[in-house]
Write a protein that binds this ligand. Structure first.
Ligand code: NAP
Length: 250
């Protein structure tokens, strides 16, 4: 039997990251994932992934903390000694505010998490997967957002702008490492039914806004995970630098 490939998922405790961890486990990956603070939910996700046959490692690690990022990749090296894929799902919206009400602290925190932390994880992954550095290649899927194109006006321009940076990073990195065996793509979810909306103080956001989605409903984390797993898979072997909307037409 082929050796199971190893996937790192940031923000894998809940939501889209957790659905990705579970589906990856079912599709034959071993999975390392990080979370911010909710150990109980991370343990639940880890149990499900193990039940699906994966070897797993879950780590509490704030993606905005460079030391925590370095430690999580070191833990991955120690446990599995290989890396074949990275999914960057750890992300925050920050408060739901018009730009005129935002503070520099909000901008700094959202950018540190969604952009600087994500870039640090991509850097660690490239260092391990690049064939130019002795790696065996791999795939990166960044979780961006349809907000990067919609702009987040009236809700969270700070968040939308951070996802614009993720889109640009994705395309740039894809072209930079394409000849080194690494494909880099993004999934841009629309309105997805997770707890991220409640965290921003708008628990019924999906129900309230779903009439504006061409398909008339919000999506599920599992529907996003399907797109992520396809981009990670060999079935997407010629897909690179793509920003894939998963938003029901939104
Ligand atoms: P979620 O349900 O709030 O889950 C977020 C996950 O990321 C949790 O496991 C959380 O850890 C972890 N996390 C948050 N901040 C972190 C940090 N600083 N360091 C490490 N882990 C961190 O969110 P989601 O809806 O699944 O969102 C996942 C990604 O999809 C985000 O990048 C988001 O921007 C993007 N997205 C979501 C939607 C949507 O409608 N839901 C739409 C477009 C894009 P804890 O469990 O410990 O808190």
């Amino acid at each position: 039997m082929a050796e199971r490939r190893v996937l790192m998922v940031t923000g894998g405790g809940r939501g889209i990251g957790a659905a990705t961890v579970r589906l990856a486990a079912a599709r034959g990956w071993n999975v390392v994932f990080t979370y911010a603070s909710n150990a109980a939910r991370a343990a639940e996700t880890e149990r499900a992934a193990r039940a699906a046959g994966a070897e797993t490692l879950s780590l509490q690690a704030d993606v905005a903390d460079p030391e925590a990022v370095a430690l999580s990749f070191a833990a991955l090296d120690a446990r599995f000694g290989r890396l074949d894929g990275l999914v960057t799902s750890a992300g925050i919206t920050g408060p739901r505010q018009r730009l005129a009400e935002t503070t520099d602290a909000t901008w700094t925190q959202v950018m540190a998490t969604n952009v600087v932390g994500l870039a640090a994880c991509c850097r660690e992954a490239v260092r391990r997967m690049s064939t130019a550095r002795g790696g065996r290649g791999g795939a990166i899927v960044n979780i961006s957002s349809r907000a990067s194109e919609i702009g987040g006006g009236g809700e969270w321009i700070h968040y939308a702008a951070s996802k614009g940076a993720v889109d640009t990073l994705t395309v740039g990195l894809a072209r930079e490492v394409a000849a080194e065996g690494i494909r880099v793509n993004a999934v841009n979810p629309g309105l997805i039914d997770t707890e991220i909306h409640a965290a921003a103080g708008f628990p019924d956001r999906v129900a309230k806004l779903s009439a504006g989605v061409p398909m008339g409903r919000g999506g599920t984390a599992e529907e996003v995970a399907e797109a992520v797993l396809w981009l990670l898979s060999d079935a997407a072997s010629y897909v690179n630098a793509a920003l894939l909307p998963v938003g029901g037409g939104r």
